[in-house]
Write a protein that binds this ligand. Structure first.
Ligand SMILES: Cc1cc2nc3c(=O)[nH]c(=O)nc-3n(C[C@H](O)[C@H](O)[C@H](O)COP(=O)(O)OP(=O)(O)OC[C@H]3O[C@@H](n4cnc5c(N)ncnc54)[C@H](O)[C@@H]3O)c2cc1C
Length: 286
């Protein structure tokens, strides 16, 4: 397959990008890092009439802390986030997960907004943002709305973003005294995860006082493991709840047709256990 002919436009502002999208009449795509969209276009799996490059819009590339939260512009690349002293210091769970995304070329080009809107069910950032309780700023040019990370995924490669809406920023609340863990299993470094898991834990007197834990790779998107979270409350590092293979009932979706959902569920349960164990280690505080 090869790409169907399309019009390529470069927008200089958010307003202009949305105007071009509206003028194109529904079959356009915003182009961010192109790491997912361009392969899909080249394979003929997506055939937009118009690609609207967001690369010139400087206001979409920023990392700003203030008011108890961090704001990430949607066009901020994986690499910029990974190298940011703010991200490393205040969002270590995100910094750790970024190491698992693709390869250096992908991390140079791929963006946080592109990852969240693409919503690959094996992607790291939709899970991390869900655990971090992030919210997303979406604009259609006239109105801006905020969507909570837990309400954004609508299934594999689907989200609640509307036609002509552009993701402007991601706001992440900053938490003090939470510790974290992130584990991923893939066959080769840089491959998509067979399964990955993340955990944020608040420990008081050696016991879990609060926990946010979840997995990706097994199901239709980022999955909070709420029954595990409930079982883990009050437990110590040596008394964590045993996990049966996770999410099998939630994971009939097998990404590449190679692994069974049972296998992915098993790997996810191992990753989750290790992520929580890591979070319980002394010195792992966020
Ligand atoms: C070899 C390879 C390995 C990879 N490995 C991984 C991996 O391990 N983990 C992982 O998570 N990903 C992986 N990826 C995918 C990569 O992370 C993509 O960069 C990401 O999924 C999309 O981000 P992007 O900026 O490239 O967006 P694009 O590909 O440009 O766009 C993706 C989608 O998002 C939409 N979009 C982008 N930005 C916005 C916005 N601001 N507002 C509204 N819509 C927007 C586009 O229209 C498109 O539909 C890999 C890719 C490759 C090529």
């Amino acid at each position: 397959m090869s790409a169907r002919p399309f019009t390529y436009e470069r927008a200089n502002s958010i307003g202009e990008a949305i105007e071009i999208a509206r003028a194109a009449g529904g079959n356009s795509r915003f182009l961010a890092g192109g790491q997912s969209l361009l392969p899909l276009v080249n394979l003929g799996l997506v055939s937009p009439d118009t690609l609207i490059d967001l690369g010139r819009i400087a206001s979409l590339r920023s990392i700003v802390s203030g008011g108890g939260e961090m704001s990430l512009g949607a066009m901020t690349t994986y690499r910029t986030m990974a190298e940011s002293a703010h991200v490393q210091a205040d969002l270590p769970l995100l910094a750790a997960a970024l190491n698992f995304v693709g390869n250096p070329r992908v991390r140079n080009m791929g963006t946080v907004g592109g990852s969240l809107v693409h919503n690959d069910p094996a992607a790291e950032l939709p899970l991390v943002m869900t655990l971090l309780d992030a919210r997303y700023e979406l604009s259609d040019g006239t109105t801006t709305r905020w969507v909570h990370s837990s309400d954004f995924s609508a299934g594999p490669f689907e989200t609640s973003i509307d036609d002509y809406e552009l993701m402007k920023s991601i706001r992440v609340p900053l938490r003090s005294r939470w510790s974290w863990g992130f584990r991923e299993f893939s066959y080769r470094p840089g491959d998509f995860a067979v399964a990955a898991a993340g955990a944020l834990v608040k420990v008081r007197n050696g016991e879990i006082a609060a926990i946010r834990a979840g997995i990706t790779g097994t199901g239709s998107g980022p999955l909070r493991c709420t029954s595990y979270e409930e079982a883990a409350l009050g437990r110590t590092a040596t008394g964590l709840p045993a996990i049966e293979a996770l999410a099998i009932e939630d994971a009939p979706y097998v990404i590449d047709g190679v692994e069974s959902s049972e296998y992915r569920g098993h790997v996810a349960s191992v990753m989750l256990t290790r992520a929580v164990e890591d979070a319980m280690r002394p010195g792992q505080a966020a």
